[in-house]
Design a protein around this ligand. Sequence first.
Ligand code: DAH
Length: 351
Amino acid sequence: MKLKLEQLKKEAHTRLADFLARAEKAPLEAQEKFRELEAQFLGRKGELAVVLKDLKGLSDDLRREYGELANNVKKELEASFLEISQKIKSKTPSAEKIDVTLPGEKVAKGSLHPMTIVQREIETLFSSLGFMVLDGPELESDYFNFEALNVAPHHPARDMQDTFYIDQKNSKGEYDLLMRTQTSPMQVRAMKKYGAPLRAIIPGRCFRSEATDARHEHTFYQLEGIIIDKKINFSQMKGVLDLVGKRLYGEETKLKMRPKFYPFVEPGSNGEYTCFLCGGKGCRVCKNTGWLEIVGCGLIHPEVLRAGGIDPEEYSGFAFGFGLNRLVMLKYGIDDIRVFNGGDIRFLEQF
Ligand code: DAH
């Protein structure tokens, strides 16, 4: 019996090898032949089944021994047949005819997020003016987010920007990590890294702990800008911001500067553009003022330049921070800031 099984195994292998050699030349016919061959060895009335029948007449011990052997042979053959069947299948051209005149399957096309569209537009503009585009950490230290920007630990200006503090100490054992409330911390980081003269914009995500509503969101975007050189003045800043307004909202757009306090600039200012919707006449969007508050800006405070290792006697500069969400909302007439992070595909599909 042992011999029979061995012979059977050997024969099956030779036949399979032989078969495979021929199958390579005519894969379609081979499929048919393969089924015959499989039935001959492994089928219900196949050669292996015949040998197995003989097991019945054996003693318990022998039945166990040969039974196991027969089972192994069966498994081995099944595996070989499976392998060969897969081999010929992969070589067989599909019998299905392909109708090349049928319309193809539509591939769903995504689109850019409106924030990305406007961000890129501004990046292109500033790159053409010789600005670098930088990136900064969202997880910031208290030092860069506040102190280096002239906001002392207990200064009331901190109340304007409450954020999410991180429950982990730094190497000095202090709790000083937070989610940045603004892109401004990159001002000092950039100064330290590149020195003066410097021209950079920094778009990025910011966070504040606020109750959300149509105009406030805990996660939003800003676009910071900084320029440092000899003899930089306020009118140059106005020129640059004027250009941004015209580029985004059209040539007729005017810029108005109003004084505003920010701890890291002196003088500080708020830039307003003529409302793109009513052209300055007054409407719902601009709350009948004809102007829209868009950008915080000012001449960089000497303390901030010093924190960045730059001598304020030699250099001066200006900085500005756009609320990027705001720019996008106004450009596309979006009336709720929460849609940006809402993940609703119907909103995104419109761009
Ligand atoms: N970081 C300020 C804010 O979040 C905006 C700002 C104001 C940025 C004045 C500046 C600046 O660079 O000079 O409200």
